[in-house]
Design a protein around this ligand. Sequence first.
Ligand code: NAD
Length: 482
Amino acid sequence: MIDFDRDYRMLIGGKLVGSTQTLPAFNPATRAEIARVPDATKEQLDEAVAAAAQAFRSWSKTSWEQRAAVLEKMAAALEANAEGLCRLLIREQGKPLAGAQVEVFGGAAWLRETAKQRLHDEVVEDGPERRVVTRFSPLGVVGAIVPWNFPVMLAMWKIAPALMAGDTIIVKPSPFTPLSTLKLGEIWKDIVPPGVFSVVSGGDELGKWMTAHPGIAKIAFTGHTETGKHVMRSAAGTLKRITLELGGNDPAIVLPDVDPKAIAPQLFWAAFQNNAQFCNATKRLYVHEDVYDAVLAALVEFIKAQKVGDGSEPDTVLGPIQNLPQYEKVIGFFEDCRRDGHRFAVGGEIDRAAKGWFIPVTLVDDPPDDSRIVVEEPFGPILPVLKWKDEADVIRRANDSVYGLGASVWGKDLDAVQRIGSQLEAGTVWLNEIHQYSPHQAFGGHKQSGIGCENSLHGLMEYTNWQTITLHKKAALGPATA
Ligand code: NAD
């Protein structure tokens, strides 16, 4: 029986281990320290890499079917421990139960679906003289660096394809949300061969060591755009493969033919799911001037009925901000808005004396396009609502960003919805829906939202090297000597 409330250890070389130093973990709904976790030393990272490299020798030679069978067992173990894991995720991340379940059960589904994927050899030529085949061979040891907003799910997006591709993987959770990931190590300790899957916990320094480590072949990173640039620079030293899933400033465009009351809940969830601590949250909401006032009013009404609170309380819809630095950062956006005279349609008042890092859901009424709240990613529940009237102009405004992660368009006129959607510069464009993901659907950012993609066969390929083997069938090599 796994005790989810204590005893958080790393998984290195198939063994659960502590470290000489520890770091605190907090409950963001109460600000209380709830645990201490190992702060890995450089030597422990070396040990994890050595064990992963050793394990790679045999794991890389297993068949797709053998690896799929391990992923199936991992999925079943995740589900068997779902109750404890969800409870822990609520405590360390702050999200309500429904959000925790999406991560844990969704994570299991990700393992199962990825287990069905295969990369087949491609026969490029097979003539009388020559046979040419391109195949996908595993890379080696992968380092996964994960953020704090979806600790389990975003780890799974890396673990599942890495293991299926025949790589071994070392996961580093965010120092703000290490607990559930450390427990994944315990859950899978006896299911995955030693060294094939490892978990190391520590601060940002540990991430830097990973990106520079000569024994790691690829870094799969999710986090801030600025951190992604550091990762890329550091990985260049050993020319590591990288997948970077970075920040976003997703626009949503609302057409004049929507029903304001009917669309308000959907727009609410588009922007505030996971308390807006979401790379793909709608971060700029462009509403046509004909329905602007009505949509804004319907959103305000809907927001007033939602409870922000401790994720462990059953009626909580949105939890706290996950950590203190992020809380302060989000407050900075409120201060900017107030200083620049922007109007809050709802929210705006922060109770700094509250028990946890709570921020009220806030709408900013039509701030200028060059205001910080429009240009930057707040990663918290404050959303600018912007008026538009000309289609070409709103497309230009939506694309006027260094980011290009996601976008959405909402309206009854499906021709207009598709016409606008096809002109948006983003890795995923949702039309009349949002946040629909699948292990079989490529996900990644354009522009400064990332490099490469996760999920789908395209994502799986990023965990492999392409190798072309050419065989000349009739080469003049002379008579056989033996
Ligand atoms: P972050 O960049 O601060 O940290 C992410 C991870 O990187 C953590 O594990 C951290 O310890 C590690 N890290 C920090 N500095 C490092 C360095 N120099 N070298 C190597 N590793 C380092 O991001 P965060 O605050 O945890 O997450 C929020 C950000 O992540 C937002 O910008 C959000 O949009 C983005 N995000 C993107 C996606 C996506 O799929 N595109 C998904 C979720 C979150």
